[in-house]
Design a protein around this ligand. Structure first.
Ligand SMILES: [Fe+2]
Length: 239
């Protein structure tokens, strides 16, 4: 007669959650973010220097907690057809480290829109993926790190983020914000809470930007993204 199954044996079958340090590729990707926010120049701006430090401090706390890796369903969007080219361009620049580290996890990324209503034209030309945040894959309620990808010749409409401080670091492609300058790989752009911004990308190359969002936990969990009304956008731009 065989032994009945013991409770101990059943408990052993419950899988342990995957944690950050079980997944070297996620660790190395976060190391690339840490390097950029530590050694890149703040260009003499106290506001940018302070933002970079806030991002580094939050990142250090998250990494030290060895957080859970949340397994989300990988998802692509039409714009991800441009992703291999964005990696190829990124690998030619000083952003090679981040570009290659993202490429290593590219089969595990969940590309999304973040808006309930996305204009039809934009649905083919834009998507973002988070690598750290309240929904994972690296779980954090203090900081969101992610990437946004634009097809060539895209205008991403005017928007702002309430209570969230946002920085972009350009990985590949050229782009402009509010028609104010052209940014190349390696550039960091800070958008303080409420700052209205609109993005345009160059004619031939896709544009890949890394971003960091830092703000109150409840805002990071539900940022409520929406495009600004045309009137508000005009007022902010002084048109
Ligand atoms: Fe933004």
């Amino acid at each position: 007669m065989s032994e009945p199954y013991s409770l101990g044996a059943a408990v052993d079958l419950v899988p342990e959650p995957e944690r950050l340090f079980d997944s070297p590729n996620w660790v190395y990707l976060l190391r690339e973010f840490e390097t950029l926010y530590r050694y890149g120049s703040a260009g003499g701006s106290k506001a940018i220097r302070a933002h970079r430090k806030r991002v580094r401090d939050a990142l250090a706390l998250v990494v030290a907690s060895n957080p859970e890796i949340v397994l989300r369903e990988p998802e692509i969007k039409p714009v991800t057809a441009h992703l291999p080219r964005a990696f190829d361009l990124g690998a030619r620049t000083t952003m090679e480290g981040l570009s290659r580290a993202l490429e290593r996890v590219s089969d595990r990324l969940t590309w999304e829109y973040g808006y309930q209503k996305v204009p039809k034209s934009l649905a083919k030309k834009y998507a973002y993926c988070e690598v750290m945040g309240p929904q994972g894959p690296v779980r954090s309620d203090k900081l969101i790190l992610g990437f946004v990808l634009f097809a060539p010749n895209t205008t991403y409409p005017q928007h702002s983020h309430q209570d969230i401080e946002e920085s972009y670091i350009s990985v590949s492609g050229a782009w402009s914000e509010n028609d104010g300058a052209v940014y190349a790989p390696g550039s960091l752009i800070l958008n303080s809470p409420g700052d209205e911004h609109r993005i345009t990308t160059g004619e031939w190359d896709p544009c890949l930007l890394a971003y960091a969002w830092i703000g109150p936990g409840e805002k990071l969990a539900a940022p409520g993204m929406k495009f600004s009304s045309t009137r508000k956008a005009r007022v902010q731009q002084g048109i």
